[in-house]
Design a protein around this ligand. Structure first.
Ligand code: UTP
Length: 307
């Protein structure tokens, strides 16, 4: 077990575990979500889930629990060996391809575990399923349908660095246009002196409908580091918006009790759980991928002229 020093004084446990909730029904991605988990939809040639696992590993995470459900077997298959492909590459004398495939199935040697959430009772309930895996440690949560591409450090690592400073729950936030806040959450946040992108948070509301609940345009988007006391709170959290157990409601209780922190992370977020998010992710990443960029950009330049 590793420890870090908080403000040069108290020792805090390091973040080495991550939970990726991926059991949701994905109703916004119907009809495809009936047969393919939205978390397995491709961005160019890799499923969204692979981007998340890569990000966790690059952030120093060694153990990853993916919360799955019925109709989500494709996730487990992806992170398994592929004996048929391996035999084919063996026959073709391409051993480097076998190594490549094994590395993408277990990036950086990370240990990947799976657990089923039997009923889709909400993101908060999915996280509660991870209690035994997490134990008494801080842990990262990467929302299964939010792919984040950063230019500097992976977004999870940016949050971990912040956690190492404050030793409390840290929410990854971005600014959301006010008219869209109703679909997200709103944080009551005070900038931290001497920091350009970190905040102290003492309240938040999930899907605020009333003007007075819209504390700010800062909303949690896709990543949080949670302290393990969240499990006791989640156990006592009643279903909220959409009649689901909301993770935001539990973090709000932590915020009102002790305060939590937020960091406006650097990175572009693609909501792969929405049709436009999926299309935009493929357009942006298709223009960046060395295998596709030239031809795809040539096509796009001609295509936009016809719009
Ligand atoms: P979302 O609210 O975006 O997922 O949850 P959803 O419920 O599948 O979305 P729609 O509205 O029906 O399209 C964020 C993440 O939490 C997971 C989802 O799989 C997604 O990756 N989740 C959500 C769970 O694991 N369990 C749940 O009960 C709900």
């Amino acid at each position: 077990m590793g420890y870090n020093t908080l403000n040069g004084e108290k020792a805090i446990k390091s973040v080495r575990k991550a939970v990726i909730p991926a059991a949701g029904l994905g109703t916004r991605m119907l009809p495809i979500a009936r047969a393919i988990p939205k978390e397995m939809l491709p961005i160019v040639d890799k499923p969204a889930m692979a981007y998340l696992v890569d990000e966790a590993v690059k952030s120093g995470i060694t153990d990853i629990l993916i919360i799955t459900g019925r109709n989500k077997n494709a996730i487990e298959d992806y992170f398994d060996y592929s004996p048929e492909y391996e035999a084919a590459f063996e026959r073709r004398g391409k051993p480097e391809k076998i190594d490549e495939m094994r590395e993408s199935a277990a990036p950086g040697g990370a240990r990947i575990y799976f657990l089923r959430q039997r009923e889709t009772k909400g993101l908060g309930h999915a996280i509660l399923c991870a209690e035994n895996f997490v134990g008494d440690e801080p842990f990262a949560v990467l929302y299964g349908d939010d792919v984040i591409v950063s230019e500097t450090e992976p977004s999870t690592l940016q949050l971990i660095n912040s956690y190492n400073k404050f030793g409390k729950t840290v929410c990854g936030v971005h600014r959301v246009p006010r008219e869209q806040l109703k679909k997200y959450c709103s944080l009551k946040a005070e900038p931290i002196e001497g920091s350009e992108n970190e905040y102290f948070v003492d309240d938040m509301v999930e899907k605020p409908q009333r003007e007075e609940d819209m504390f700010s345009d800062l909303s949690i988007l896709g990543r949080v580091i949670l302290t393990p006391d969240i499990f006791d709170i989640l156990r006592n959290t009643a279903p909220g918006a959409g009649n689901e157990i909301q993770l935001t409601d539990a973090i709000a209780a932590q915020a009102r009790r002790d305060g939590v922190y937020a960091i406006e992370y650097e990175g572009t977020r693609f909501d792969i759980g929405s049709k436009n998010g999926f299309l935009i992710a493929n357009t942006v990443m298709g223009c960046r991928n060395p295998e596709t960029a030239d031809e795809y950009k040539t096509f796009l330049k001609e295509f936009v002229k016809t719009l």
